[in-house]
Design a binder for this molecule. Sequence first.
Ligand code: GGG
Length: 356
Amino acid sequence: MPPKKYNIASIPADGIGIEVVAATIDVIEHLVKTLKTFEIEFTHFPWGTAYYKKTGEYLPDDALDVLRKFDACLFGAVGAPDVPDHISLWGLLLALRGPLQLYANVRPVRMFPGTRPRLADCKPSDIDWVLVRENSEGEYAGQGGRSHLHQPWETATEVAIFTRVGIERIMRFAFETARSRPRKFLTVVTKSNSMRNGMVLWDEIAREVARDFPDVTWDKMLVDAMTVRMVCKPASLDTIVGTNLHMDILSDLAAALAGSIGVAPSSNLDPTRRSPSIFEPVHGSAFDITGKGIANPVATIWSAGEMLRWIGEASAADVLMDALEQVCRNGVLTPDLGGTADTKSVAAAVSAEIEK
Ligand code: GGG
């Protein structure tokens, strides 16, 4: 039988996204050549701010149909200094996550070898979390509008949309994630004291879904108190679920506490597997370091590892992650982690480690 072949779409997009995706694809192609157990073909799509400036759109009309033919997608970063951030984000990333129903954004956070905790009294074992971000509705539903433009009483509304089906599916996903981990412990984050509709529905649905997971212990936190708990009692947390906005913010805090956003991966999953899932670093396009060749590729390589696991190549993912961790343990680190290595030499070191 010929080895199984996977078709992966690559959308490097903007800034350092282009650099870290190129480095990651080199590593994955090297992994595939070394293991010889499956094949991967990457198809590159030039969608991003350069494409937008040429065509007036971040994505062509048939982008969703095109992407649906792939097994998964590797994404870089979106955003450019001369385009308003809401135009670039809504033009590309949010235009994919919503319509493809990639409703679960999974962001593992742990102290990667080579990173140092930001807090003096934090042990590496204190931070080993999985953040589950609702990725399709909430504050990022795009609902609202502006009126009385340029008047003193100019008004803007940003309406958070929460649906029973949207909350229940992410809650089940989070309880299942918690169940799959040794501690079987979930924290549900809301703000149900001041937000008295959607957040209260989140609390109610958490209680309903919890009945189906008697083996999972859970608690709930208000998002403001959660920031304190993450800093002061990190070891008390394991799996965490919350809304699109809350977890967007908490996952940056989590990555910083664990050492650097440069090592924070994320998976935008359609757990029903009807759509291809998208794997991307948590970080953005970082125009301050674009072109310098020093962007940290670890978050994207780790995201590609999550992608391999998702498409069914778990042992290849294990080989990749062992090599990546060893390279960081050996001190081959980019400047965000206090090292002097560049993007390409980190990737080359991971490829070399894969062969050992
Ligand atoms: N690689 C992730 C990226 O490009 N992030 C830009 C950003 O602002 N993302 C916001 C979000 O993840 O919702």
